[in-house]
Ligand binder design. Structure first.
Ligand code: CA
Length: 229
């Protein structure tokens, strides 16, 4: 049974989400404030997190950022304010999806299922392949979803890891930003091709010795990117 964490301070909304998810067979915990929510997300093995943006204590952005440092589970952010969506994108906090309140609980259930299925596919395909990619000082353990640069582990968000792994699995192939966006963000997801640029920048900061002269992920001007073998 998949475990869902809801961090939501509006009791009526939290109960509605919980009821629908439980009816669909999920095990659900609800926490009403930021600190307890963050602690629960970090201390337990939830399969997915539904995170309100405006919370007492620590806000949803900060929770998302901190959880993403150490967890790969899908995170859906919810907010009553449309402006928050731009902020979720702009901050690059690592959310997988967002929903604007009010939304239908069945839509939420559908998205939770879709994200869990997608995450399972990612994890199980990595397991089947059981591959470790090693290219000039970079080691990507697809199974454990860990990355080492010259022996030192670097922490990647889910999408950064997926993007790096995809590029490194197809070395010397030039991909357009559109292709990369479709490959990595393949469902109704936040962001657009600018998201790809942001993620490439973050990956380079972690793997490149000099980000102004990338040795691994090259920019092919006017086309896209390629991982140099
Ligand atoms: Ca709230």
């Amino acid at each position: 049974m998949s475990r869902v964490l809801i961090v939501e301070d509006e009791e009526i909304i939290a109960e509605l989400e919980k009821d629908y998810l439980e009816l669909s067979g999920f095990e659900v915990d609800v926490l009403p404030d930021g600190e307890a929510g963050l602690k629960a997300a970090l201390d337990n093995n939830y399969d997915i997190c539904i995170l309100d943006v405006m919370l007492p204590g620590i806000d949803g952005y900060e929770i998302c950022r901190q959880v993403r440092e150490v967890k790969n589970m899908p995170i859906i952010m919810v907010s009553a304010k449309k402006e928050d969506i731009d902020k979720i994108r702009g901050l690059g906090v690592g959310a997988d999806d967002y929903m604007t309140k009010p939304f239908s609980p069945s839509e939420l259930v559908a998205r939770v299922k879709a994200h869990l299925a997608r995450y399972d596919r990612l994890v199980s395909s990595a397991k089947e392949a059981n591959e470790i990619i090693e290219i000039r000082g970079i080691k990507i353990d697809k199974t454990a979803r860990r990355v080492f640069v010259n022996g030192e582990e670097k922490i990647f968000t889910t999408k950064e890891f997926d993007l790096l792994t995809f590029l490194a699995s197809n070395p010397n192939h030039v991909f357009t930003k559109d292709e990369l966006f479709k490959e990595i963000w393949d469902m109704e997801s936040i962001g657009d091709i600018a998201t790809v640029t942001v993620h490439i920048k973050k990956i380079r900061e972690k793997i490149e010795y000099d980000t102004s002269k990338p040795q691994y992920i090259e920019t092919i001007w006017g086309v896209g990117y390629r991982f140099k073998m």
